[in-house]
Design a protein around this ligand. Structure first.
Ligand code: GLU
Length: 447
């Protein structure tokens, strides 16, 4: 069989990550069997569909690396839809029903209803097994608002058929639409595709992950600086397992490993921490050059308007950033919290905090001593944190680490939490280090 799958997003907003995952599973399934994967923009709801959302869908798929073999827009098929609606009416498998409009009963509309004999419909869902529905209570359901305006169920059936779709793999919420669509397929005399309904993506409280309540649209992750490789790898394992404990896959490796049998039935909880963990893995997998360049750009942009930028300090901060982040947005959040300002600008000190747990008199004595040790060192080009630590360590051990290192660190950063003083001193350099220790001493002196 020549496998053809599809994803059919409606352009009524930014794409939900559940849609991206469904697209991914369709893509992987098609690739696995050397078939084709299509993207169809379902813009039958003309009032809610917007061109800007369509554009965003293309952009988001391109960003993810999910490349379709063909794309089309549903509204281009209106003539074909009308033709088949007319055919159903002519053959009396559907009929035009004049009735009061739902939203305004004083107005009359001519909807198209399918003649439904009320049979039992069942299908073998690739994920859920046999699913059976009694269609009696659906009655003669509406398939078009008018002969020119098909409803979703009708348009989907026609478009899937015309595109040769063999496997309809879609979200679980569509399972109750399937019997209606099967009845339409039967009325049109089309062959039936195979169906598979994917498990829902759930929020940690096991409610449905929704765009209103949660960060659920793909652009949120994109703007936060998640990497597409990480998102794809994570989403693939959200509701599917490779049958082993392997965790890392490229898109091609996924296509090879993917099996519909290993897609689970029950909902899968979206775990942001796990996604962050994946993202960190892919961030660290970047070449040093690439990581350094991107980290520097994010840092520079995050500090704009906060500090006078110094390229060499920025570069010195990159290894620190590498240790501390899982996603680029972490840099922005840390920068907005002032966690990098003091590397560029002398901090404003709160005199009451300099001493930490020791007394101001002792703190001042230790700071003066640290100043002395460091100023006696020869002027070297650059001292690493380890070298600076070596100079101070014996003294700190002797006098009590907290009593020496807290005032030292606070003098340099002006913050209760920051990297250790050796790292800061190494990055800001000898001159700024000595100046800041001296300033802290002056504060204590003034007490
Ligand atoms: N347009 C529908 C949606 O966005 C998808 C329909 C389908 O997959 O059959 O949920």
């Amino acid at each position: 069989m020549n496998v053809v799958t599809r994803i059919a997003p409606s352009p009524t907003g930014r794409m939900h990550i559940g849609t991206v995952r469904t697209a991914l599973f369709n893509y992987l399934f098609a690739k696995k069997y050397n078939g084709s994967f299509l993207i169809r923009i379902e813009d039958t709801d003309r009032e809610r569909s917007k061109q800007e959302w369509t554009d965003a869908i293309w952009e988001d798929f391109a960003w993810c690396g999910i490349q379709p073999d063909a794309t089309y827009v549903q509204s281009q098929h209106l003539i074909r839809h009308r033709e088949l609606l007319n055919e159903l009416v002519r053959s009396d498998r559907a009929y035009i029903s004049e009735e009061p409009a739902k939203d305004d009963p004083s107005r009359s509309v001519a909807v198209v209803r399918l003649r439904n004999r009320g049979s039992i419909v069942s299908f073998d869902d690739l994920i859920r097994g046999t699913v059976t529905f009694d269609t009696t209570e659906l009655g003669d359901f509406v398939i078009a608002r008018s002969i020119d305006d098909p409803l979703y169920h009708f348009a989907v059936v026609v478009d899937d058929h015309d595109a040769g779709v063999t496997h309809v793999l879609r979200a679980e919420e569509h399972i109750s639409n399937t019997p209606r669509q099967i009845l339409i397929i039967e009325a049109l005399g089309f062959p039936r595709p195979l169906y598979g309904h994917m498990p829902l993506i759930l929020a940690p409280d096991r409610s449905k992950l929704s765009k209103r309540k949660h960060a659920a649209s793909i652009d949120v992750y994109r703007t936060q600086g998640f990497l597409p490789e990480a998102l794809i790898n994570y989403l693939a394992l959200l509701g599917w397992n490779p049958g082993s404990d392997r965790e890392f896959f490229t898109l091609d490796e996924l296509a090879e490993a993917f099996t519909i049998e290993n897609v689970q039935k029950s909902g899968a909880v979206f775990d942001r921490e796990k996604l962050r963990w994946y993202n960190r893995h892919y961030l660290l997998a970047k070449t040093k050059e690439e990581f350094d360049r991107e980290a520097l750009a994010v840092l520079r942009e995050s500090l704009a308007g906060r500090v006078v930028w110094d390229e060499s300090i920025g570069c010195a901060l990159v290894p620190l950033i590498k240790e501390r982040i899982s996603v680029w947005d972490d840099v922005r959040v840390q920068a907005a919290d002032g966690e990098y300002d003091f590397f560029f600008t002398d901090p404003i000190l709160d005199t009451t905090k300099i001493a930490g747990k020791t007394t101001p008199v002792i703190a001042k004595e230790h700071l003066a001593h640290v100043h002395e040790i460091l100023s006696q060192r020869p002027h070297e080009q650059h001292e690493s944190p380890e070298m600076i630590k070596q100079h101070i360590w014996t003294y700190a051990e002797e006098k009590g680490r907290g009593a020496v290192l807290w005032p030292f660190r606070y003098a340099l950063s002006g913050r209760e939490r920051s990297p250790d003083p050796f790292i800061i001193a190494s990055i800001i350099g000898r001159e700024a280090t000595l100046r800041r220790i001296h300033a802290a001493c002056m504060h204590l002196h003034a007490l």
